[in-house]
Design a protein around this ligand. Structure first.
Ligand SMILES: Cc1ncc(COP(=O)(O)O)c(C=O)c1O
Length: 463
């Protein structure tokens, strides 16, 4: 099977040649991942499970990890020199595609001035000002190094501000791997079959006992929780569009009820915009849905692909963070100059161009093509999308919450995923993850992706 469906469009050096025999390349009728397999064997000796984050292991789709050698634009190139249209996009940050010139130039420029100071720099101020301008609910912001850190710090702050302890989250939403969040925590854990109440050994029940997880989009459950615990709830943290059960969109009624209940009870509303921030719109999901949360968590997007996170919100709340206030939170590499330079370059580009129009249009095109394809092939499936994020759920029922997502035919998803790889499409390796698009995905890429899905589904149905 030829893998390089877009080989003619390759901008990188490493496009493989379909159908040619050669060391590590796709050979006639074969698809070799020999070099990846060898690296995986070595990795397993020294890295738990051979990967540094579980979903990359590709276990749930019955595959071994594919080791990536490089990426460019909308494409990734593996160690065996196959080229893929990339729909993982580093799990969200690559809105401009890989190696975008404005991001690369900013990093190259910053690196000439050093890689880390452990003291404040101008770029941190510019980053904070930029975030506050783009997301009006954020009046003050603290940089951290990951989405996990951002969410963990935001709930500490919410607890301190409200002097309450209970945190409400929603089933299938992932807010990083801090202890309090590992309750029905979606994607990575669901992929490993760990979707029970407390998702990981090692997390004390005393911690998760202070986290209440409710079904997403369930107004009655939300009302009931507030009726029973109103005075104990410090905050509600939510993915304003879920990415970590696959893509799930909130109903207007649910968002309205949520904001109303938080306001009435004095609980803080925290939007976890680690995936949706600067992706759904310049001002994130909160701009799209016209909601003003008290606190917002950001992640990878504001690092342009470098490790970054941030949390911010109302000044009155943020003033409680040390050293201005008593809530302790710190980080040696927080506000790292390379990450700030890359992130600022990305945010400035997002601000300047027609990014959101493009992202919306290509996601619509992919969604329409895949919806028509599922119908044509008589596959039970749902395509759910928002600008730049999309999921294909293999179920005949609409997916409005995590339980709906768990009903999907994951075995069929696994077959389709493995076939897609052979067709040159790197789709997220889990039914419970979102695919991410970038402005570098061209019309031809979208067409090639739909054709690849057609072949992948045919083969999966025949198997
Ligand atoms: C919505 C959401 N919040 C938090 C996180 C955690 O971010 P990180 O992996 O940077 O710790 C993720 C990670 O994917 C996420 O999707």
């Amino acid at each position: 099977m030829a893998v390089n469906v877009v080989a003619d469009k390759a901008k990188g050096e490493k496009s493989g040649e379909p159908g040619k025999d050669g060391e590590g390349k796709a050979s006639q009728g074969g698809f070799s991942l020999e070099r990846s397999a060898k690296l995986f064997e070595r990795a397993k000796e020294r890295i738990p499970g051979g990967v540094n984050s579980p979903v990359r292991a590709c276990k749930s789709v019955g595959a071994n990890p594919i080791f990536i050698a490089s990426a460019d634009g909308a494409y990734m190139f593996d160690e065996d020199e196959h080229q893929y249209i990339d729909y993982v996009g580093s799990w969200g940050p690559m809105i401009l595609g890989h190696r975008h010139p404005s991001v690369l130039t900013a990093i190259e420029d910053a690196i000439t001035r050093g890689t880390s100071y452990g003291a404040p720099s101008r770029l941190e101020v510019e980053m904070a000002e930029t975030i506050c301008q783009l997301v009006p609910s954020v009046e003050m912001v603290r940089m951290v190094n990951s989405g996990t850190e951002a969410c963990m710090s935001a709930i500490r702050l919410a607890r301190a501000f409200t002097k309450r302890e209970l945190v409400i989250k929603f089933d299938g939403c992932y807010h990083g791997h801090a202890d309090s969040f590992l309750v029905k925590a979606g994607s990575g854990l669901a992929t490993l079959g760990l979707s029970e109440a407390t998702s990981s050994p090692g997390v004390p029940t005393q911690f998760t006992g202070l986290t209440l997880s409710l079904p997403y989009n369930d107004v009655d459950a939300l009302r009931q929780a507030f009726a029973q615990k109103s005075n104990e709830i410090a905050c509600v943290i939510i993915e304003p569009v879920v990415g970590n059960s696959g893509v799930i969109v909130p109903t207007a009624e649910f968002l309205k009820c949520l904001t109303g209940l938080c306001k009435e009870s004095g609980a803080l509303l925290i939007f976890d915009e680690v995936m949706t921030g600067f992706r759904l719109a310049l001002g994130g999901a909160q701009e799209r849905f016209s909601v003003k949360p008290d606190l917002t968590c950001f992640g990878k997007v504001i690092g342009g692909g470098l490790p970054v996170g941030a949390y911010g919100g109302r000044k009155e709340i943020m003033c409680m963070v040390a050293p201005e206030g008593p809530v302790y939170q710190a980080g040696t590499l927080s506000g790292n100059p390379l990450a700030m330079a890359a992130g600022l370059a990305q945010l400035r580009y997002l601000r300047s161009g027609k990014v959101y129009e493009t992202l919306g249009r290509i996601t619509d095109e992919l969604a329409e093509g895949l919806t028509a394809l599922l119908k044509e092939k008589n596959v039970k499936g749902q395509v759910v999308h928002v600008p730049g994020m999309l999921s294909v759920f293999f179920t005949d029922k609409p997916v409005n919450n995590f339980d709906d997502a768990l009903k999907c035919d994951t075995a069929f998803f696994g077959k389709v995923w493995r076939n897609l790889i052979e067709e040159g499409v790197y789709w997220p390796p889990s039914q419970f993850e979102a695919a991410f698009l970038s402005i570098m995905h061209s019309k031809a890429d979208i067409k090639a992706t739909i054709e690849a899905f057609a072949k992948a589904i045919d083969k999966a149905q025949a198997a």
